[in-house]
Write a protein that binds this ligand. Structure first.
Ligand code: BDR
Ligand code: CA
Length: 311
């Protein structure tokens, strides 16, 4: 597995899930700008891996801005100025640097070198993934599955229409979700909001050991921001829900849908548009523009126990 990420409080949970899962061979974590600057997300990826005892996993440095249009603002109002609720300093010092050079080229080299199919979990803006597929198309067969956290079929969180990861780089998201031919699962807001965990779940995680305590220590202001902004009383684990599907394929129930992303400049910019017409779903299957498997449902009790058990 490779994780492309912009840590981010929920990204920290997601990275920890893969880093501690015995069945997962985590080849690399690549950083992308997003919740905070690229320098911030890179530093946070190193710290989260240090907290999981995985200093062996290389951290690659990807894109510092969207493909075409600059991103107007970051998500520090959700994740804090440092991306980890002002608590990055509570995680261990990594004692190492990220890998030098172009992270996207390094991703391509890793994929070319591996004999086994790779799951690519993309839990930030899709800029690195779009660059990878555009500049290194020969890696496509090496990607067994692309699991993306992004989009909201029934509305967004940054704007009425757009979810943060897609809104950050709609042109990249359109390329990845609508024009590429890699088997893809999209885990949208509609589902991740329903998967929030409660204070009892967080208490159990905090009591489980140092890693659990460190992760839960990142959550208080993030939870408070969600309560204030969206009225959600609980910890929304967006990216960790996507990683659950990446680690255990099939834990989420999916439906195939052709998707496109609104790239015009108006109130709909960054919206993900599913085409649910049955004839279009059938037509699109097996061709470029194939449907994406969109996660629509989950057994919440199974998911919450799985996450707790692994973390
Ligand atoms: C997504 O946006 C980021 O703030 C989170 O880390 C997650 O990837 C949710 O919209
Ligand atoms: Ca993220």
């Amino acid at each position: 597995m490779i994780i492309d990420t912009d840590p981010g409080v929920d990204d920290a949970f997601a990275i920890a899930l893969a880093a501690t899962s015995p069945a997962i061979d985590l080849l690399a974590v690549s950083a992308v700008y997003g919740n905070v600057t690229l320098a911030g997300t890179t530093a946070n990826a190193l710290r989260v891996l240090a907290a999981t005892g995985r200093a062996d996993v290389p951290v690659l440095v990807g894109a510092e801005r969207p493909l075409v249009h600059p991103q107007p603002h970051r998500a520090s109002h959700v994740h804090g100025a440092d991306g980890l609720s002002g608590r990055a300093g509570t995680l261990p010092e990594p004692g190492r640097a990220a890998e030098p050079g172009d992270g996207v080229a390094r991703l391509a080299a890793l994929l070319h070198a591996t004999e086994r199919p790779v799951t690519l979990a993309a839990i930030g803006p899709l800029t690195n993934v779009a660059l990878l597929l555009a500049a290194h198309p020969s890696v496509r067969p090496k990607i067994d599955r692309l699991v993306v956290m992004g989009g909201g079929l029934d509305g967004g969180n940054v704007t009425a229409a757009a979810e943060f990861n897609v809104w950050s780089d709609p042109e990249a998201a359109h390329r990845v979700l609508a024009e590429e031919d890699v088997p893809t699962v999209l885990v949208p807001l509609d589902l991740t909001h329903r998967c929030a965990v409660d204070a009892g779940w967080l208490d159990r995680l905090a009591e489980s050991g140092p890693l659990g305590a460190a992760l839960v220590g990142l959550t208080p202001s993030y939870r408070e921001n969600y309560r204030r902004m969206l009225g959600i009383d609980g910890m929304v684990l967006h990216d960790a829900v996507a990683l659950a599907e990446a680690v255990r394929p099939g834990i989420l129930r999916t439906e195939p849908m052709p998707l496109s992303v609104e790239c015009s400049f108006g109130p709909g910019r960054g919206a993900v548009l599913p085409d649910r017409r049955p004839a279009r779903v059938r037509e699109a299957a097996g061709r470029t523009g194939r449907p994406v498997d969109v996660a629509v449902d989950v057994d919440l009790a199974v998911l919450r126990e799985f996450l707790l058990d692994r973390l």
